[in-house]
Unconditional design. Structure first.
Length: 320
């Protein structure tokens, strides 16, 4: 009976084709499952129908696809509930949340700081900060910096005269924080990861408002970035030259507020200084102008275009 199988050693001779090419063709057919072994020793092979060969070839690929699909389904079952839970939690959070007292403000800040992942922005008007407040925030700030959170803080120029604030800035900048100063007042704000902003409630400095509304948060952060670009580096060593520079910038800001007709209390609050210190600055400005009253000073300031050359004026030093 004629055999329908073939052995490697029985490969036929084909005119014009070398034995090596015939052997290569045999191996290629075997790899493609068009020749299948028919003996236990895998020495003899028989031709297989193309449909069977295709099935044998794609079976491993199909199995890999099934395994991948199973893995994807497993991940979906594990991750979707987590995502939906987080989404539900975010949706449950109010866009605006009042924090009525110091205790609730501190608890919220501690929670937001612990959850921060990328960057925290802070603007702290009002000159030098209270020692208790600085001590309370130090641990929170150190923990964030140690986690690699970027921190940027704005103070007013007058904060440079406060030893406690200067010492605090020296420590946090040594840990990687960035601190700058501006003159005229700006809002008190802390922003976490561009998603949450905590601002001071108007008329109640001990209370705060948590804002999660994206448009409002984006606006507050854009305002911070604009101020940041205009601010100066906070020097931890306030030498005489720097003190004179700070004093001159302070008086220039006071002049702008005088021209606007603001009273002493408003100017003092916006400049982050006491009313007495503010009045001392105003007195020196009026003396430099030769003004006899606030109204006269305002007129002379407008008439002079507010360009007084303060750094050259006698008595306008950074010692006050």
């Amino acid at each position: 009976m004629e055999r329908t199988d073939v052995c490697r050693d029985e490969l036929p001779h084909v005119d014009g084709v070398s034995p090596d090419d015939v052997a290569a063709a045999f191996r290629s057919l075997a790899e493609r499952r068009l020749l299948l072994p028919v003996s236990e020793e895998n020495e003899r092979y028989a031709a297989a129908p193309p449909d069977a060969a295709v099935e044998a070839l794609i079976s491993p690929v199909v199995q890999q696809a099934r395994t991948a699909q199973d893995a994807a389904d497993r991940l979906r079952r594990e991750l979707v509930p987590v995502y939906e839970s987080a989404l539900e939690r975010r949706l449950r959070q109010p866009l605006f949340e009042e924090l009525p007292d110091v205790g609730s403000v501190r608890r919220a800040l501690n929670r937001f700081a612990a959850e921060a992942k990328h960057e925290v922005l802070t603007s702290q008007p009002g000159g030098g900060r209270n020692e208790e407040v600085l001590q309370e925030s130090m641990g929170r700030t150190e923990a964030m910096l140690e986690r690699g959170i970027r921190m940027r803080t704005l103070y007013q120029h007058t904060a440079q005269y406060n030893p406690g604030t200067t010492a605090y800035v020296e420590i946090v900048t040594g840990l990687g924080a960035e601190v700058r100063t501006l003159g005229e007042g700006f809002m008190r704000m802390i922003a976490f990861d561009g998603e949450i902003v905590v601002i001071e409630q108007k008329g109640n400095p001990k209370a705060a408002l948590v804002v999660r509304e994206p448009s409002v948060v984006s606006f507050a952060i854009a305002a911070f970035e604009l101020m940041w670009l205009q601010a100066d580096l906070f020097p931890v060593n306030l030498g005489r030259a720097q003190a004179i520079l700070v004093s001159d910038k302070t008086k220039e800001d006071i002049i702008r507020l005088l021209v606007q007709g603001e009273p002493d209390k408003v100017i003092a609050r916006r400049m982050g200084m006491t009313v007495r210190t503010c009045q001392r600055h105003i007195a020196k400005i009026m003396e430099r102008l030769g003004a006899k009253s606030r109204v006269h000073a305002g007129y002379l300031l407008r008439d002079s275009g507010e360009n007084l050359g303060l750094s050259d004026a006698p008595g306008f030093s950074g010692d006050d």
